[in-house]
Design a binder for this molecule. Sequence first.
Ligand SMILES: [Zn+2]
Length: 353
Amino acid sequence: MKNDTEPIMLDPNECWRAVQERDSNTEGRFVYAVKSTGIYCRPTCPSRRPRRVNTLFFSTPKAAEREGFRPCRRCQPHETAAITLRIKQVCRYLEEHQDSSTDLGTLAALVHLSPSHLQRTFKQVMGISPREYADALRLQQFKTHLREGQPVTDAMTEAGYNSASRLYERTPSHMGMTPTSYRKGGKDMKIGYTTGDCSLGRLGLAATTKGICFLELGKSDAELLTHLENEFPAAELYQNDPDLQPWITAALRLLEGETTAADLPLDVQATAFQRRVWTLLQQIPYGSTRTYGEIARELGQPRAARAVGRACATNPISLLVPCHRVVREDGQLGGYRWGIERKEALLKRERER
Ligand SMILES: [Zn+2]
């Protein structure tokens, strides 16, 4: 029996084989729909295999939806998820080809998208362009090599930087300090620092000339200072920096719920993964929450919920990178670097506003 909803390009036997084997190589090429349930799925969906007689194949999620099928809640086969998968493929590719420069056209061909479409969707999903992602990977590798004690020039070559000028030209916005000072734990780096009083204890804010690198809640100024010194053991600290007064005032207003947004510059040091997680956290609207799993799925790495938890736990910039808005799947609050009571208080305040 001929089925109009099956486009010519799809070979139903091949699709059926892929569904039975949960073949991940066919991911993104088609979805299957089950007539008895009205649900459509990705070929790799972990759910029980349908009966062949009940199964239809569609080349796109949209085509399945036009026929009235709803996306499966387990495998999330709808368009955004399909795009996320492609973005993930691009990320993997960039991770495996760190030493060579990869142009947008090559990446786009890899995932069957036009270069401009890839550029746009990559940025939507990841918060940064493919080029910036590749740079972040290199930077991460470079920092690892430096920490292992390699000379700056060797570490640079191994991380795929072609010339010193290229590295230095990209470094400031990413690290807020030169590579040499980073290796020495922030030596020669000047960090201004100040504290303020809030309803949840003390708030400590530190910044380089590029932006805020540290925003923490604590019981006392001494505790905050210890944390700051652990983050930047060799930096030169300027306490009670009067220049930071406007920033800490803005942060305090955000904390107390007097405003829902504080547009302050950040200067974070992060691995590529942390950067991706933190960028997503900044997109969670005021007053709402996401689960660790949801963030992982948005990253295109559905099994990375624990890694998302770790990225939240190592976030040095509370409030502005709002890791308090990430909670557990079961509705429990999960952890918080600055104490669960503070997380609860922040979320309550945001809900009430
Ligand atoms: Zn499914």
